[in-house]
Design a protein. Structure first.
Length: 119
């Protein structure tokens, strides 16, 4: 059983920064997965933000490129999302997800962490 646990959300003023963490536990190692970050705001569809492949390659949505950075610590089995220059539109529940197929089919999801950006 794979478990993903996000942390690091909270309330921040516009222009501020937060770093989200996602700890992965279970039968396979962190390097076995392509890892991704997503978010969902009230009344909106879930949105892809960033992905990190098992070999460290990264990919970003245009909406966060240049502001958000995805990274991973394989020794700690932890994925991070550094978020800078936050805007009120970034307010959402943020989720991490794991893709064992490396085909952007995310099988495992965390419970989410709330990020609220005040104006």
């Amino acid at each position: 059983q794979v478990e993903l646990v996000e942390s690091g959300g909270g309330l921040v003023q516009a222009g501020g920064s937060l770093r989200l963490s996602c700890t992965v536990s279970g039968a396979r190692t962190f390097r076995s997965y392509t890892m991704g970050w997503f978010r969902q705001a009230p009344g909106k569809d879930r949105e892809f933000l960033a992905a990190r492949s098992w070999d460290g390659d990264t990919d970003y949505a245009d909406s966060v490129k240049g502001r958000f950075t995805i990274s991973g610590d394989t020794a700690k089995n932890t994925l991070y999302l550094q978020m800078n220059s936050l805007k009120p539109d970034d307010t959402a529940v943020y989720y991490c997800a794991a893709d064992p197929s490396h085909k952007r089919t995310y099988t495992y999801w965390g419970q989410g962490t709330q990020v609220t950006v005040s104006s």
